[in-house]
Design a protein around this ligand. Structure first.
Ligand SMILES: Cc1ncc(C[n+]2csc(CCOP(=O)(O)OP(=O)(O)O)c2C)c(N)n1
Length: 789
């Protein structure tokens, strides 16, 4: 790449006031601390103490400037770097940062040992799931590794400020917002701005006008691929210029600054942040000419792909070297003072490293010793026990190695395996499972799984109404009851969604609560996530299930993992409302649930058979604190149903299937739109004296928590699973649940039968539909076959 000289030389740096000199020296110290930490991270990975390291070297200075502009109540949505800011704001100690690097569950304050280093988070909910006061601190929304994904979450965090400002006086805001003054600070590497979600977010930010301040951290490379191959014109600020705010238009503000220019950075960030905060207008700060003294991460060396000329340039324009030149050149400090700060930083990090290592390894040794103490004295050990003792002599063995050694011993010893080791193994395995796997879903008092069901009640004269009217009644009353509810998506505001569930509600509740968005599924979910992380209860619409795949990265990487990856410190109880099953055509059939089942553990997946069941599920979810998807049945909106008299209160419990018809010959398990197909088939079969039991699973995640289905199977001994996903997709998941998890294999008199959609995508119109999706006669014939087996 062509290297141009930086525009400013140290001598050209603008001056800072003398009253800021002390602060500048403190900034220098923090930068040195951060750099030493980066060096240690690299060293510890290369020496085998840690698995993978990515850090801040070459990117310290802009964070120091950001720290000056951040206020309590603000939020961060960043990527896998950024410890300098934490040190500058005193939000983490170097020990805590290293504890994450070492995967030390007891001391990693950000993810309980679950995330790689560089992925920070701060607590936003307490152990009971109640929001803590986020207005009194800077909040770190949990970072993720898929680059650019954080942008959509950042949009949502910023959007929440807009909502709080607009809804002042109408919303409970204590501890959640101070008049919507909070900025969402997003950070993204220059190469990652090539991702679609970056552009989607910036466009949405320009349209909606939200207080987001996005920093593009430009070091000229995305690992080995230079910016010229990433970004039009090789500059994100130039490429984005069309979004620039102009009088009488919406848009964003764009600023460019060099990453080594300390006075420019510390002047720019507070100025821009003030505008963003006051005007609720997004700004992008393009910080360029950054470097990578240690390369991109510990997985490779940048000498492999950067030309010698670039490597030389990076040495000179390392932001810390330039900062030092500046401090010297401006007469703020002399070399001896700065050397002393360098020495102090080195010492502080070395001491932190010792402590972080000790706090990890001392308990490890104690645990190893406790295990050894369970063995007979040395002379009395069997050869296997002697081998075990030898295997676990290392001082820094993770518990998994101890467990594995003991399991091997158990395998070899058979009946001779000592009881005390059996107990140790059980406890150690339980602990490890909880340490690594706990907090996937809420286990607070507000967990939706703890909420029992409340049956729907019906009056004597209840009239049947079209399903969409029941939803309208439902949302109308629920939105009146709960001011923190918001609904939005494509065509949700003005027309009240394409199937009219929200029809007329914008007029009643206003454009701030029921509103339209652009066609941008990823950021619709991001918007919901950020809102949900800040105490609001968004219902975000994905117009048709087929389009949820545009939002799947957001759901699988961010929403579904949030509680787990923060070990229960953060939550985002959003609801995705969508519609699927049973319409024709490739992209309006809404059939493919298995990608969701596989990728959205950490969410609930509800497949109500009709709109009353959907309302009952919304009731449960809105009482709870987990994120969920509700898939309404597309061809069910015009079907008539009776409206419960307790529409707002009745609850469909999650993970509880419902038997809709009892029968003795075959147990038929299904969900969603197929329920009606199966009920019709059962009527026909009854005429031939074949008795079919029909079970609606109701929720795919969780699945039949009490194992009810197997109890039904005990009486019929034949199982047919019907759905309209691809062969071997959701039906295979259901089969595994019933046969393997619930032990259903022992009650079968015939092989399990699955009846699914065709292997190709659903074709359009009558013949296409008939051939692609299971029909009544397909069910009838499958049951007849099964009964005759
Ligand atoms: C979606 C996604 N694709 C690929 C990767 C692998 N990856 C990790 S870092 C990286 C380069 C990112 O460069 P840039 O955005 O400039 O940030 P930098 O690391 O240079 O600060 C890549 C390709 C990833 N983490 N996420």
């Amino acid at each position: 790449m062509a290297l141009k000289e930086p525009e400013l030389r140290p001598a050209d740096f603008r001056k800072i006031p003398e009253s800021d000199y002390e602060r500048a020296l403190h900034d220098y110290y923090i930068c040195r601390l951060s750099r030493e930490l980066s060096n240690i991270i690299r060293k510890d990975v290369l020496s085998g103490r840690a698995k993978f390291g990515v850090s801040d070297d070459g990117k310290e200075l802009y964070q120091i400037a950001m720290a000056r502009a951040i206020q309590n109540g603000d939020w961060r949505a960043d990527y896998y770097r950024g410890h300098t800011l934490l040190l500058a704001l005193d939000l983490a100690t170097p020990e805590q940062l290293l504890a994450q690097l070492y995967s030390d569950p007891a001391h990693d304050a950000f993810s309980g040992g679950r995330q790689m280093g560089g992925h920070y988070a701060s607590r936003t909910i307490d152990e009971n799931g109640e929001w803590i006061d986020t207005t009194e601190r800077f909040n770190l929304s949990s970072a993720t590794s898929p680059t650019a994904g954080q942008m959509a979450r950042g949009l949502g965090l910023a959007f929440a400020s807009k909502v709080f400002r607009q809804q002042q006086g109408e919303l409970p805001t204590a501890g959640l917002s101070t008049n919507g003054n909070e900025i969402a600070w997003t950070e993204i590497g220059d190469a990652s701005t090539s991702e679609g979600v970056f552009w989607e977010t910036m466009n949405a930010a320009g349209v909606t006008g939200v207080p987001m301040l996005c920093t593009v951290v430009d070091d000229g490379y995305g690992i080995s691929v230079p910016v010229e191959l990433q970004t039009t014109k090789g500059s994100i600020s130039k490429a984005l210029a069309g979004l620039t705010y102009e009088e009488d238009s919406n848009g964003i503000e764009i600023y460019a600054v060099k990453g080594w220019d300390y006075p420019a950075l510390v002047e720019l960030y507070p100025r821009v942040a003030k505008r963003v905060r006051e005007l609720h207008r997004t700004a992008l700060v393009h910080v360029s000419e950054l470097t990578q003294p240690n390369g991109h991460s510990t997985s490779g060396s940048h000498e492999r792909y950067k030309p010698a000329e670039r490597l030389e340039w990076e040495k000179t324009w390392d932001c810390l070297l330039q900062f030092r030149h500046y401090l010297l050149g401006a007469g703020i400090a002399d070399a001896a003072e700065l050397d002393e700060l360098d020495r102090r930083a080195k010492k502080e990090i070395a001491a932190a490293r010792r402590r972080a290592w000790e706090q990890l390894t001392v308990p490890r040794q104690a645990r190893r010793d406790a295990l050894l103490a369970l063995l007979p004295a040395e002379g009395q050990r069997s050869p296997e026990l002697t081998a075990l003792a030898k295997e676990i002599t290392g001082d820094n063995l993770p518990v998994s190695e101890l467990i594995d050694a003991v399991r091997r011993l158990r395998f070899q010893s058979g009946a001779d395996f000592p009881d005390q080791l059996r107990d140790w193994l059980r406890d150690a395995q339980q602990d490890l499972t909880a340490t690594v796997g706990g907090n996937l879903l809420s286990n607070t008092p507000r967990s939706p799984l703890r909420l029992g069901g409340i049956a729907a009640a019906y009056g004597d004269t209840t009239k049947a109404l079209p399903g969409y009217e029941i939803l309208q009644h439902y949302f109308n009353a629920k939105f009146a009851e709960r001011p923190e509810l918001f609904a939005f998506g494509e065509d949700v505001g003005e027309i009240g969604d394409v199937n009219q569930g929200f029809a007329g509600l914008q007029d009643r509740f206003g454009k701030h609560r029921i509103f339209d968005t652009g066609i941008r599924e990823w950021t619709i979910v991001g918007q919901a996530m950020g809102m949900a992380m800040r105490g609001l209860r968004p219902i975000a619409e994905i117009q048709y299930l087929d389009y949820i795949f545009y939002a799947l990265p957001m759901l699988t990487d961010d929403v579904a993992t949030l509680r787990w990856r923060t070990n229960g410190m953060q939550a985002c109880p959003l609801i995705i409302r969508t519609r699927g099953h049973r319409l024709e055509g490739v992209w309006h059939s809404g059939s493919y649930l298995s990608p969701l089942i596989g990728s959205l553990r950490g969410m609930h997946l509800c497949v109500p058979r009709n709109m009353v069941q959907a309302a009952g599920m919304y009731n449960t979810l809105l009482e709870g604190d987990d994120p969920a998807i509700v898939i309404e049945v597309l061809n069910g909106y015009r079907l008539r149903e009776k409206e419960p008299t307790n529409l707002l209160e009745f609850r469909v419990p999650l993970g509880v299937p419902e038997r809709l018809r009892s029968g003795t010959d075959v147990t038929l398990v299904t969900y969603g739109a197929c329920v009606r197909v199966c009920l019709e088939a059962a009527e026909l079969l009854e005429k031939s004296e074949i008795s079919v039991e029909i079970i609606d699973v109701q929720t795919l995640l969780p699945f039949d928590l009490e194992h009810r289905i197997v109890n039904h199977l005990k009486h019929t001994n034949r199982l047919l699973i019907v759905d309209e996903d691809a062969p071997g997709a959701t039906s295979a998941y259901i089969e595994r649940q019933i046969i393997e998890t619930q032990g259903g294999f022992q009650y079968l008199d015939a092989p399990v039968r699955t009846l699914t959609a065709a292997v190709h995508r659903p074709a359009y119109a009558d013949d296409g539909n008939y051939e692609s999706k299971p029909q009544v006669m397909d069910v009838v014939e499958a049951v007849v076959e099964l009964v005759g087996f």
